[in-house]
Design a protein around this ligand. Structure first.
Ligand code: DX5
Ligand code: ZN
Length: 218
């Protein structure tokens, strides 16, 4: 079961951009804890989403922290821009082409939470060298690039592994899942050890967002 402490982060990717401020306020009223902001460059993933100016508009409308997910081949050059536009945490991919450790250190040196993520096909053990350097690990539960895809149940093994390694190593990173999260898959992820549930379609696409949020919390 999701615990009372489970963080729910609606993904702005699924919002109606024509009414951005209203959308942000609506999910906050419905009980959002964070806003998840998906940044795509058309290279790391076959889609383009939005940039720092868009995040600035989200920040202006939001009260909750912004959780920025960089799906970029070259995240290093963008850390400063997104830090300036109100991120509380910035997550990059272990598959990025820039030096991962230095980029995580850059995020931390700005007082933000560094996060590391991985594609469904990347073995979770590849994160081991970075676990002590992050405040969050983001397990992609769909192939990154698009909202509205189906959850990949095999990814639950990664969540369990991360939970076990966290205890063994005495670390405190949060475990976040992203992609295809709804009431049923969110419950499975929380049971496996996820602390943060990102949901785009399930919350923004719901006729009653407060009800969707409550269903996610179990
Ligand atoms: C996918 C993004 C996700 C996406 C999730 O690349 O990282 O955050 O918005 O969308 P849903 O919840 O619709 O799968
Ligand atoms: Zn994301």
């Amino acid at each position: 079961m999701p615990s009372a402490g489970t963080i729910v982060a609606p993904s702005v990717l699924a919002a109606d951009y024509g009414h951005l401020a209203d959308e942000i306020r609506s999910v906050e009223l419905a009980g959002a804890d964070w806003h998840h902001v998906d940044i795509m460059d058309g290279h790391f993933v076959p889609n383009i989403s939005f940039g720092p100016d868009f995040q600035k508009a989200v920040r202006a409308a939001a009260r909750c922290p912004l959780d920025t997910h960089l799906m970029l081949e070259h995240p290093a050059a963008f850390v400063e821009l997104f830090a300036r536009q109100g991120s509380e945490g910035i997550t990059l991919h272990v598959e990025a082409l820039d030096p991962v450790r230095e980029t995580l250190e850059n995020i931390r040196s700005r007082g933000l939470r560094p996060g590391i993520s991985l594609r469904p096909g990347t073995p979770v053990e590849q994160l081991e060298p970075f676990l002590a350097a992050v405040g969050l690990v983001l397990v992609m539960t769909v192939e990154p690039g698009f909202g509205g895809q189906s959850f990949l149940p095999k990814m639950l093994d990664k969540v369990r592994w991360l939970k076990r390694r966290r205890a063994e190593l005495g670390l405190s990173y949060r475990i976040e899942v992203d992609g295809g999260i709804n009431a049923a898959t969110g419950r499975e992820c929380a049971r496996a050890g996820a602390d943060v549930l990102v949901a785009g379609t399930f919350i923004y696409g719901a006729p009653d967002r407060a009800k969707a949020m409550a269903a996610l919390r179990g």
